[in-house]
Design a protein around this ligand. Sequence first.
Ligand code: AMP
Length: 215
Amino acid sequence: MAVRHVIIIGPPGSGKGTQAMRVADKLDLKHLSTGDLLREAVSEGTELGKKAEEYMKAGLLVPDEIMLGLIREQLDVLEGGGWMLDGFPRTLPQAETLAELLAGKDLAIDMVLLIDVESEEIVGRLTSRRVCGDCKAVYNLSMLPDGDESVCEKCGGKLVTRPDDREETVRRRLKVYEEQTAPVLDFYRKLRGVTEVTGSGDIDEITAEIIRGRR
Ligand code: AMP
């Protein structure tokens, strides 16, 4: 069966964004990341961005009513063909609303994918992540010859720590994930089953495992 409608879920720092991009590309699905949409809105200073920014910086979820408005603006994508939803739904009300939206359009989810990584590994990964302030390329501190003094090798931009990658904020994001997003997994386990993949190890192998495990 062709897999056309996929939801990818994982704790912050599990690599879900990276895997979502790679798998969407291989399966020819449109990659829809609510985190990317929000970050874009923040950098453009739109009304949505202004409302979302403080929550994101603090490592909290953006309120459901804002997120539901955002996903309703993406209905043309949901109706338009194959998609990979990355970062949505993240709460039970979001999952329930998505189920209603899809049922109303006679669309079904083909696969729910969980990328799982142990909490302490995540703290290590995220606190050592640096991003280019200009082109958004992602680095790990351990790969940077001059540590925090390094510049982006793609565009020469200044490397920064994302505000939500500070240790205290990472721990808060993990707690939020356990409290608010883990119930979404139970919702899908009951509804249709969840394909679980470990997010530790080689990036290419993880992608291959996802592609092999699709159902
Ligand atoms: P991500 O890139 O998916 O880790 O998302 C970055 C941040 O955007 C999250 O920590 C939340 O603050 C916010 N965010 C993204 N998607 C959602 C969502 N579905 N519900 C609430 N907040 C979200």
